[in-house]
Design a protein around this ligand. Structure first.
Ligand code: HEC
Ligand code: HEC
Length: 332
């Protein structure tokens, strides 16, 4: 059941303070908090909007339908996301966390402003199918929302900027930095690696780190990892119009990867084993295949079955149970 907004804000139960915390093993975030200071009321309003299907044209689809807390806000088990009237999209819904460190959004990086991201989902005919003016009309004429907007922004005349800022106060707070890996790095209790995890980490640093760079587990660049010889989805090319960008997609973070299946921009792989088999032996020689994958006259990254198992053991240390269970972000 999607969360139904009420002026009682049931989601506030058990939430004391809302404050952005800088993990000690991360650099400073790039999000400008001065322009949109996060407050408890603003965060809770953003949360109410995030889980409210009222924002879609037929009032059936909320942000939380495609971005589910239990999947680190990816779309559990769904390769391509589904919007209103069961419309099938063209890309896999990415997980949402550590967005405060991102300057560009979407698989192709076409949006460069955190607050602007939801406009796409709200107005995309295959996602929430609405218009911004209708979203504002619906909220303005709702029994509870105008008073909540007034609390946060000092006015009950709801504007697009207010809606987007409120949602951003919720999404920018999603920080995932408390996995076993983080505890290992910070020398905290619960951070002791097993032999397999340790071996997997060493292999990861040799073979994956160039793109899935710590501590975000992405260098935020756009690359091609040889999923096909000719791209069906042209990726970054659709925004830069450069042939050299054809078939390139943002390197995704590998944090919480254990629970964000299926994988890749089109959700083609359901297990980490399949992903590693792809890197080992399934890679296609795309014209824009990243040079990292063209070494020793072969394409791909050679990984023995043992090495694959070890890397997977390490990847599972990136699961952040505290984040997934954090009631500030859950709608129940
Ligand atoms: C119908 C499913 C669907 C709904 C509903 C939806 N999203 Fe998404 N979301 C996606 C998909 C798919 C992408 C990736 C699109 C792309 O790369 O072209 C995405 C991307 C994003 C991103 C970018 C993440 C990144 O790392 O670049 C954010 C942030 C986001 N959505 C937030 C929201 C918010 C807020 C809402 C509600 C207003 C919402 N989404 C509603 C499917 C959905
Ligand atoms: C040259 C850069 C590069 C290297 C090296 C690399 N990857 Fe990737 N990886 C990518 C890109 C780009 C994608 C997204 C491709 C797409 O969806 O089109 C990706 C996607 C993934 C995904 C899917 C993530 C998701 O959320 O869908 C996993 C898992 C993954 N890589 C694991 C690894 C592992 C493990 C290694 C080391 C064995 C590795 N990668 C090495 C660039 C790289």
């Amino acid at each position: 059941m999607a969360f139904q907004y009420s002026s009682e804000l049931p989601s506030a139960a058990g939430i004391d303070t809302i404050q952005f915390k800088q993990p000690s093993n991360f650099r400073k975030p790039v999000y400008d908090f001065d322009k949109n200071p996060v407050t408890k009321d603003g965060f809770l309003l953003g949360k109410a909007l995030f889980y409210d299907p009222l924002l879609s044209v037929d009032k059936t689809v909320a942000c939380g339908n495609c971005h589910q807390a239990s999947a680190a806000f990816a779309n559990l088990g769904s390769a391509l996301s589904r919007g209103i009237k069961n419309c099938k999209g063209t890309r896999n819904a990415p997980p949402l966390f550590n967005l405060a460190w991102q300057k560009e959004f979407m698989w192709d990086g076409r949006i460069n402003n955190h607050e602007a991201v939801p406009v796409n989902a709200l107005t995309n005919p295959c996602e929430m199918g609405n218009t911004m003016s209708n979203v504002l009309y619906t909220l303005q004429n709702h029994a509870g929302y105008p008073a909540e907007f007034k609390k946060v922004f000092g006015s009950d005349k709801i504007t697009q900027e207010m809606v987007l800022k409120a949602i951003a106060q919720f999404t920018v707070m999603m920080v995932s930095a408390n996995s076993k890996y983080d505890k290992y790095i910070r020398h905290e209790a619960g951070g002791a690696f097993t032999e397999n995890e340790q071996a997997g980490y060493a292999l990861f640093r040799q073979k994956c780190e160039a793109c899935h760079t710590e501590p975000l587990f992405t260098d935020l660049s756009y690359r091609n990892n040889g999923l096909e010889e000719t791209s069906i989805d042209i990726g970054r090319d659709s925004m830069t119009h450069q042939r050299a960008d054809r078939g390139k997609f943002r390197v995704p973070s590998l944090r919480n990867i254990e629970i964000t299946s299926p994988y890749m921009h089109d959700g083609r792989f359901y297990s980490l084993k399949e992903v590693l088999q792809h890197y080992n032996s399934g890679m296609k020689n795309h014209a824009n295949l990243d040079p990292v994958f063209r070494q020793d006259g072969k394409v791909g990254i050679a990984l023995s079955p043992t090495e694959q198992t070890q890397i997977i053991a390490f990847l599972k240390t990136l699961t952040d149970v505290d984040f997934i269970n954090d009631r500030r972000f859950n709608n129940h």
